[in-house]
Write a protein that binds this ligand. Structure first.
Ligand SMILES: C[S@@+](CC[C@H](N)C(=O)[O-])C[C@H]1O[C@@H](n2cnc3c(N)ncnc32)[C@H](O)[C@@H]1O
Length: 568
């Protein structure tokens, strides 16, 4: 098969199996072309696809060349017009013949598009395409709001100043995040975040994943909102061991380790990181080692935090717990390691035809199936970057109920640790059911009352988060606690909750975090009238919890989800 058939077949993957584009390309064994060549062709074509789509549609190429699918047309047009060595196939190859006879028309369309984009030369257009700043024309899909590349400097290995004068030497500081959000990916600009220490923002889609600092664990990609929980936990030298109950891939674990190391204590303290999923636990281990956090972090791989015995000797020094449990992922924004290929519209006439010899039919069908006729954009995850959570588009109210039941269960379990003084609870969900509702129910649980757990009020929070303006919201009907909660208490709790919205000029994903603190027994009595809430038993529907936990931990789970999505 030629390079072009092989690249199109790689893109086919209707079941989205085999992982990221990179792993699919490099794991293929039945291809003649080099994986690097296939990968380069696909990624370059994706960058140019808004331009190529216009050129192909205007030239009428697909109407005239019935052998070409939209994907093949894109790949071939790319090489014909833009590759230094042209189309990589023998002169008499059927695909080369099919594309080269349109060279003059396609070239003329490229010139028109270039001039329309205000580019005097092909190099200028190339520059605009590489920056992602090329105007995609009236048929383009609306662009997702620009999301900065947030970079946390790993102070276990380096310092902010060191990074600014080495990795980011030659970059200019801007005091306005809006400048970053509208900057081109090639723009050498950075913004120092005012809320979170050691956090920088860079232009969307900036390529830093090959930098020595990223590869060496000196910088870590972590959304601003995701940095809130570890910072809010405020583990100064007076706090002993810390549990991270839901740790993989380890962004918050390594951040906690950095905070702990910056406040040394006489007796060494530890971050105990639980991760139930074995595969994710191995990612966690890699991240902890890369970040040089292994002196501080003890990994409990494949272990369920819910099974940890709060009263055991092992946790007798545990004074703070960070909980970032599985959630709906509804706050997640489009990922930087995703590429899109805009396909030219395929005329009806080129749909697979039933005539022809068996071998010919097989070849044609392989390629035809590579373009989903119903969709004009292919989205592909390029790398296997570790993700904190995967968004789920099936957030029915049953699923939200099951998730929030699990979240409440894990939060009230944390409240049982006898020496614990502080807890943070966070999700990357935008739903009240997983956020404010869980917080309110936890505060009303028997264990919270017995142990004297209260919300960490806004005025008690670390400066950077006290100053954060976006606070908890009250969604009538979703919390179900209106009658039981006095107004001023409600206001105070909501003001203590921290929210981030996705797609705003704050440049964060959708996120929620709240912290709990433990007072003495006196506070329990004071709060007794206020919190006439549920018992733990009432709050938990164990059947629903088991169902969701089981389905998420079964290996077939992701497969099932993919198939379901594909059927839609
Ligand atoms: C949202 S992710 C955590 C992201 C992580 N805190 C970070 O910042 O990189 C939730 C993780 O918790 C794990 N998890 C869920 N329930 C758990 C449990 N009961 N015990 C331990 N880990 C659990 C999931 O497997 C998943 O890896």
């Amino acid at each position: 098969m030629s390079l072009y058939y092989e690249a199109a077949a790689t893109l086919a993957n209707p079941n989205k199996t085999g992982g990221s584009l990179k792993s699919r390309v490099y794991k293929q064994t039945d291809v003649k072309s080099s994986p690097a060549q296939i990968f380069a062709l696909i990624t370059e074509t994706s960058k140019w696809s808004p331009v190529l789509k216009t050129i192909i549609e205007r030239s009428g190429l697909l109407q005239e060349e019935k052998k070409l699918t939209p994907l093949l047309a894109l790949l071939l047009t790319h090489d014909l017009l833009l590759a230094k060595t042209g189309v990589a196939a023998p002169t008499n190859h059927v695909l080369k013949l099919a594309i080269t006879r349109h060279k003059a028309r396609l070239g003329a369309e490229l010139t028109k598009v270039r001039l329309l984009r205000g580019c005097a030369t092909l190099d200028a257009l190339r520059h605009a395409v590489n920056d992602g700043s090329v105007d995609t024309g009236p048929t383009a899909l609306p662009k997702a709001p620009a999301h900065p590349r947030w970079v946390r400097v790993n102070t276990l290995k380096t310092t902010l100043d060191e990074q600014l004068s080495s990795t980011f030497a030659g970059y200019e500081e801007t005091k306005h995040l809006s400048v970053i959000m509208s900057a081109r990916s090639s723009s050498k600009t950075y913004f120092i975040d005012p809320n979170i220490p050691n956090l920088l923002a860079f232009p969307p889609k900036i390529e830093l994943s090959k930098s020595t600092a990223y590869v060496g664990g000196q910088i870590i990609f972590q959304d601003k909102a995701s940095c809130f929980p570890a910072y809010l936990l405020d583990v100064g030298a007076e706090i002993g061991d810390i549990i991270d109950g839901c740790a993989a891939p380890g962004n918050k674990t390594t951040q906690l380790a950095a905070i702990v190391s910056a406040a040394p204590t006489k007796a060494p303290r530890h971050v105990i990181a639980f991760e139930r999923d074995k595969a994710r636990a191995s990612t966690l281990e890699k991240m902890v080692n890369l970040a040089s956090a292994d002196n501080v972090v003890t990994i409990k791989g494949g272990q369920d935090f819910l099974a940890a015995q709060p009263g055991s000797e092992e946790y007798s020094k545990t004074q703070a717990i960070l909980l970032d449990p599985s959630c709906s992922g509804s706050g997640i924004v489009g990922r930087d390691d995703t590429i899109e290929i805009q396909l030219p519209t395929a005329p009806e006439s080129i749909k697979p035809n039933s005539k022809g010899s068996a071998s010919k039919k097989r070849k044609r069908t392989d390629v035809k199936s590579s373009h989903p006729e119903e969709s004009t954009t292919l989205k592909l995850e390029v790398d296997n970057l570790p993700h904190e959570e995967s968004p789920e588009d099936n957030n029915t109210s049953d699923r939200l109920t099951a998730l929030s039941t699990f979240q409440l269960r894990i939060l009230t379990h944390a409240m049982r640790f006898p020496q614990a003084r502080r807890i943070t609870y966070s999700t990357c969900s935008i739903h009240c059911e997983e956020n404010e509702s869980v917080v309110l129910q936890a505060l009303q649980s028997t264990i919270a009352k017995e142990r004297g757990w209260a919300i960490l009020k806004r005025e008690q929070q670390v400066t950077g988060l006290r100053d954060w303006q976006h606070r908890g919201i009250w969604d009538d009907g979703k919390l179900g606690l209106e009658a039981k909660t006095r107004d001023h208490a409600k206001e105070e709790i909501l003001d203590a909750c921290i929210r981030c919205e996705k797609g705003t000029d704050a440049g964060t994903m959708g996120f929620f975090v709240a912290a709990f603190t433990r007072h003495g027994p006196e506070a329990v009595e004071q709060n007794e009238d206020e919190w006439n809430g549920f018992s733990d038993e009432e709050a938990m529907d164990n059947a629903a919890v088991s169902a969701i936990l089981q389905s998420e931990s079964t290996p077939a789970y992701s497969e099932k989800r993919t198939k379901k999505k594909h059927r839609k």
